[in-house]
Design a protein around this ligand. Structure first.
Ligand code: MIC
Ligand code: SF4
Length: 642
């Protein structure tokens, strides 16, 4: 039996375990990336490990999320990260150089390598045949220190693309179509490999849009073969030597195969507040639009921007729409400006934002109250834009332009003929905004610059054999990390200050939660299915841990979040019978006894002292996970010298 593409890379990097889906494996990690919103914490964690230098082939620290410097906090964090990078052997991508995933694809990613990043959209690297995964900051810190990355060995899904995209139908529509088919939890526990005749006509930026948005399926990662298209991209980046052809064996076996006919695909749109809430653009025709944002790690490549410029050329946007453009990188912006396309964009009435995440994470450009915002981004979770009652829709750049020009949701095919966009054979290479680290000889003299906003790391509680605690919060299905630990311009500067952040925990669901949890001292949270989907932010575990949450019980968990909970010493348990979710009420007193025995048996019975109900829960952990929970989190476990 042959191997799938991902299995080949896994096999080459396997440190422990066997490639049996559902079992724990660990992988050697070649490259890491961090961004600033999760990076400060990741580097604080790396520092506590006491190592002189990273052990990876390449580690890069990007500044792209917290670029709004409305106080000293973000600037201090940038300086901290820069000094850590210099000292410990990490490349530093300055603010303004671009969004981590776009820049990493352009300048550092290599087919066949493993990459983990403290950002859930790290799978973007799958667009050039990397095995690239999002992870919590602590897992990235451990990988920088040379430790393996532990995951549950995924199942293999294949998406076969047939035919060719029609004009105005794009890679983004393919992403939305697969979300429509599989839903935001359809990829949990799986790697999605893209193949079929249809991939030959997809460029690297288009493939990267698809692997980027595969994150919204809950997938471990998504990956394209490395072929002639990959080679041409790497050569255009002046990195032809990094090319390595890679594909699945013809007799590889997949757990699921889905076929998408590109010829039949139409422009699609995801409605508020979930990326899988997908309908055709045509079906929403005439809906008034207040704001349009083009950019983010999903759709900010030169290819996307050139299409946008060509469609806007000689036209003026609707007076009722505010249009923002954020190119994904300095390389994209430079080339856009050199060829004159930037002038076409600006002449249309668009606002140019810096090469950063910006509006995607609520870092400015929040919509007006109850505003309708069409975005080429990947997430439209409630409140994420920074405006609580905004309605955010996810679309392709073409559909975004159509709305900007007409002031309403419009099928882009009505714009007439799609102008031809020619990609240059060579990109402008200028890495001045990437600062290499100090040499091992001089690293000792580099001082770490710490600002006053960096507060001590909270300590986790070691799980004990029995727990009696109140159910402090009960939430529903598909709770995102944006619900648990919101982001946005006002909160993000405090990512290294857990006590301050804690005031906003679960703010989208229940503003009274932080006070209540603190008063209780220790507590339990109950959720529905796919609890913790979305971001890789470990703050969604660290902050509840700081507030005293000891256990989260859910119908099911998202991959990165469950790992972050265990790393933070919070025990994730699932209902044996999902209907039992209905039997638990907020404020009930819950008791778990014989926890250690339960861990060994894989099952434990929860006693609801308030109602008298007994509820069986799944409690299956690997030996390593049990040890982490008993030690009080991964940091404590690592310090114990494991
Ligand atoms: C996101 O898109 O939600 C973020 C902001 O990039 C996060 C990381 C974070 O919370 O800092 C992610 O996707 O992991
Ligand atoms: Fe940045 Fe948005 Fe991409 Fe997250 S999804 S990395 S916030 S652009």
């Amino acid at each position: 039996m042959g191997y799938t593409l991902a299995q080949k890379i896994i096999k080459n990097h396997l440190v422990s375990g066997e490639m049996i889906p559902g079992t724990e494996i660990s992988l050697k990690i070649d490259q890491t990336l961090t961004q600033d919103a999760t990076g400060t914490m990741a580097y604080l964690e790396f520092e506590t490990m006491g190592l002189p230098r990273v052990k990876t082939e390449r580690s890069v620290a990007y500044i792209d999320h917290n670029t709004l410097q409305s106080g000293f906090e973000n600037a201090d964090d940038h300086r901290y990260i820069q000094s850590v990078a210099e000292k410990y052997g990490i490349y530093f991508s300055r603010p303004g150089n671009g969004i981590c995933h776009q820049v990493h694809l352009e300048r550092f990613g290599k087919p066949g390598k493993t990459l983990i990043g403290s950002d859930s959209h790290t799978p973007t690297g799958g667009g050039i045949g990397m095995l690239a995964m999002g992870a919590g900051g602590l897992d990235v810190a451990v990988a920088m220190g040379g430790g393996a990355y532990y995951i549950t060995c995924p199942k293999m899904y294949k998406v076969e693309l047939k035919g060719r995209l029609k004009p105005f139908v794009t890679a983004k529509d393919i992403s939305l179509e697969i979300l429509r088919i599989l839903s935001v939890k359809g990829g949990v526990g799986a790697i999605i490999e893209w193949g079929g005749e249809g991939i030959a006509s997809l460029s690297v930026p288009e493939r990267a849009t698809i692997t980027n948005m595969g994150t919204e399926l809950g997938a471990t990662t998504s990956i394209f073969p490395s072929d002639e298209v990959t080679k041409a991209f790497l050569e255009a980046e002046g990195r032809g030597e990094d090319y390595l052809p890679l594909s699945a064996d013809p007799d590889a076996v997949y757990d699921k195969v889905i076929t998408i006919d590109l010829d039949a695909l139409e422009p699609l749109i995801a409605c508020p507040h979930s990326p899988d809430n997908v309908v055709t653009v045509a079906s929403l025709k005439g809906t008034k639009v207040d704001q349009v944002c083009i950019g983010s790690c999903t759709n900010s490549s030169l290819f996307d921007m050139l299409k946008v410029a060509a469609l806007l050329k000689g036209k003026t946007i609707s007076p009722s729409v505010s249009l923002s453009i954020s190119p994904g990188s300095k390389q994209v912006l430079t080339m856009l400006s050199d060829c004159g396309a930037l002038s076409d964009i600006l002449a249309s009435g668009a606002r140019l934002l810096e090469c950063a995440c910006g509006p995607c994470i609520g870092m400015g450009f929040s919509p007006n109250s109850a505003g309708i915002s069409l975005r080429t981004f990947n997430r439209n979770f409630e409140g994420r834009s920074g405006t609580a009652d905004a309605g955010v829709y996810l679309v392709s750049p073409e559909t975004a332009v159509a709305a900007a020009l007409t002031g309403e949701i419009t099928d882009p095919r009505l714009l007439g003929e799609m102008p031809t966009v020619t990609m240059p054979e060579h990109f402008v290479i200028n890495d001045t905004a990437v600062i290499p680290p100090a040499s091992p000889e001089t690293a000792d003299s580099v001082a770490i610059l710490r600002g006053p906003n960096i507060k001590p790391f909270p300590t986790a509680h070691a799980q004990e054999d029995a727990l009696s605690a109140t159910l402090a919060l009960k939430v529903g299905d598909n709770i995102t990390t944006d619900h648990i630990m919101p982001a946005g311009a006002k909160i993000l500067p405090y990512r290294s200050n857990i006590p301050h952040l804690s005031q906003f925990c679960f703010g989208v669901c229940d503003k009274t939660f932080p006070e209540r949890a603190k008063a209780l001292g220790k507590s339990i949270v109950v959720g529905g299915s796919n609890y913790g989907q979305g971001s890789s932010r470990e703050h969604a575990a660290l902050v509840p841990m700081y507030l005293g949450v000891r256990v989260v019980i859910a119908k099911s968990f998202a991959r990165i979040h469950v790992a972050n909970l265990i790393n933070a010493g919070i025990m994730p348990l699932t209902f044996k019978n999902p209907d039992d979710y209905d039997k638990l009420n907020q404020s009930d007193l819950l008791t778990l006894t014989g926890i250690f025995n339960g861990m060994d048996q894989g099952e434990i019975v929860l006693k609801d002292e308030t109602t008298g109900e007994s509820i069986p829960l799944c409690c299956s952990f690997t030996e390593r996970q049990k040890a982490i929970l008993k030690a009080g989190g991964l940091l404590a476990y690592t310090k114990e010298g494991k």
